[in-house]
Write a protein that binds this ligand. Structure first.
Ligand SMILES: [Zn+2]
Length: 385
C-alpha cells in the first residue's frame, strides 16, 4: 500500500497530555499507520500532501454517544449524523448505551441480544470510516454476574451508563460495576439529574461508590449536580471525569478548573452526550474544546488531548494519538476564514471554531477537502502528484 509524506505542517498536536505538541513538520504514513514523525527531509514517499502550514491533530474521540442502528438517530429523526460527526473531526465514537432504540428491551435475554447485535453491526459499519464502538448494554436489575460474563465472552467491551435503566440503588450499582469489570467491560455511571422522564437522579454518594471507569457527564446530562457535590465526586473518585457538550457549560469550566488545580487534567475526557434532547452536534467536541480554551484559558494541546489520547487511555483503545505505529487518523485544521487568530491554537483561545481542511482515517482521506460543517479553514492541505 502507498506511502504518503505529509509535509509543511504547522502545529502538530499529539493527543498525548504528557507532550501535547510535537516538534515536527512532517508525518510519514505507511499502510494506514503512522510510520514516522519529524522533518520533511527525513522521509520520502511517492505521494505527497502539502499541508501549507495548517495544524494536525489526531481524529477526535467522542467519549459519549447514544447510537441506535446505522447512521440514524430515532431521537432526532435524523439520518447521517455519524458522517456529520466525521466532518467535525470525530473519527471514533464510543457508545454510552443504545438507549434510544425504539422498544429497547429490558429483560436479560433482550439486553444481551441487543448489546451483541449492536457490537457486531457497528464493527461492520463504518460511515465515512468512523469507528463506532457500540454494544453498550444499559444495566437492568435482572442482569446477573453470569450475564456479564457471557457479554464479555461474546466480545462486548462497554457498559452503558449505570442509572439509565432500573439499576440505581447503591448496593446494586456497586454489584453491576464490579461484575462488569470482572467481565472485562469498561463502565460508566450517569451523574446528576434524570436525562428524560423515566431515568434516574444519580447523586454524588452513589457515583463515588460505583467506582466506574468513567464518571459520565459530571457537568450534567443535561442537569448537573450542584458544584459542592461535583467537588465531592472529583475528590472521592480516582478514575476518568467526563465533561460533555450537552451539559451545563458553567460546571464544565468549574470541573476543568478543579482538575487543573489538582494537577489531574489527565482525568479529563470529553464527549457530546448526543444524540439527545439538545440535538445532535457534529461540532460538539470541537465546541467543547473551544469553550475550555477560550473561557477557561486551557492550553489547546491539553484540551485536544482530553478528546483524544486521554479518552483512549481510560478506554483501553489505540486510537487518538499521533505516534509512530498508531492508525493514521488525522484531522487537518486551521483558523477559520475571517476569524481571529493566525492558527488553530489562537483561534481556539479566542473562542472560534477552527476550520477542518481534511480528515483521514487509516491513512485514507475520508473528508478529502474542506469539511461541510466547520467554517472554511484558512489553509487546507493539497495532495501533490
Ligand atoms: Zn447520562
Amino acid at each position: 500500500m502507498a506511502r504518503i509524506l505529509i509535509r509543511g505542517l504547522g502545529l502538530v498536536f499529539s493527543g498525548d497530555i504528557a507532550e501535547p505538541v510535537l516538534d515536527a513538520d512532517a508525518i510519514l504514513v505507511e499502510d494506514g499507520r503512522i510510520a514516522g514523525i519529524g522533518r520533511a527531509g527525513d522521509f520520502d514517499a511517492p505521494r505527497v500532501i502539502e499541508a501549507r502550514g495548517c495544524a494536525v491533530m489526531p481524529g477526535l474521540l467522542d467519549n459519549h454517544v447514544h447510537p441506535a442502528f446505522g447512521d440514524w438517530t430515532p431521537r432526532q429523526n435524523q439520518l447521517g449524523w455519524i458522517e456529520a460527526m466525521v466532518h467535525g473531526g470525530t473519527t471514533t465514537l464510543i457508545s454510552a448505551g443504545e438507549v434510544h432504540l425504539p422498544g429497547r428491551p429490558r429483560d436479560r435475554v433482550g439486553v444481551k441480544a441487543l448489546a451483541i447485535a449492536a457490537q457486531r453491526a457497528f464493527q461492520n459499519f463504518r460511515p465515512l470510516g468512523a469507528r463506532v464502538l457500540a454494544g453498550a448494554p444499559v444495566p437492568e436489575g435482572e442482569l446477573t454476574r453470569e450475564d456479564y460474563r457471557e457479554l464479555g465472552e461474546a466480545g462486548v467491551r462497554w457498559l452503558g451508563e449505570i442509572g439509565l435503566g432500573t439499576v440505581k440503588d447503591e448496593a446494586e450499582v456497586v454489584d453491576h460495576a464490579t461484575w462488569a469489570r470482572e467481565a472485562g467491560l469498561n463502565s460508566m455511571i450517569h451523574c446528576g439529574g434524570p436525562s428524560i422522564a423515566g431515568s434516574n437522579l444519580m447523586q454524588a454518594a452513589v457515583v463515588i461508590a460505583a467506582d466506574a471507569d468513567i464518571v459520565a457527564h459530571i457537568n450534567g446530562g443535561p442537569t448537573s449536580l450542584p458544584q459542592r457535590a461535583l467537588e465531592q465526586v472529583v475528590a472521592g473518585t480516582k478514575r476518568a471525569i467526563e465533561v460533555v457538550h450537552n451539559g451545563n457549560p458553567r460546571n464544565a469550566l468549574f470541573v476543568m478548573n478543579l482538575l487543573r488545580e489538582m494537577g489531574r487534567l489527565d482525568r479529563l475526557v470529553l464527549g457530546t452526550d448526543s444524540p439527545a434532547g439538545s440535538g445532535v452536534q457534529p461540532l460538539g467536541v470541537l465546541r467543547t474544546i473551544s469553550l475550555l480554551c477560550s473561557v477557561g484559558e486551557l492550553d489547546p494541546g491539553l484540551a485536544i488531548a482530553a478528546a483524544s489520547g486521554s479518552v483512549s487511555r481510560w478506554r483501553g483503545l489505540e486510537a487518538g494519538l499521533i505516534a509512530v505505529g498508531r492508525a493514521a487518523d488525522l484531522v487537518f485544521l486551521d483558523a477559520p476564514v475571517g476569524g481571529a487568530g493566525e492558527d488553530a491554537a489562537e483561534a481556539l483561545l479566542l473562542g472560534e471554531l477552527p476550520g477542518i481542511g481534511m480528515v483521514m482515517v487509516d491513512g485514507a482521506a475520508v473528508v478529502p477537502g474542506r469539511s461541510r460543517n466547520t467554517p472554511p479553514a484558512a489553509r487546507v492541505p493539497e495532495a501533490l502528484a
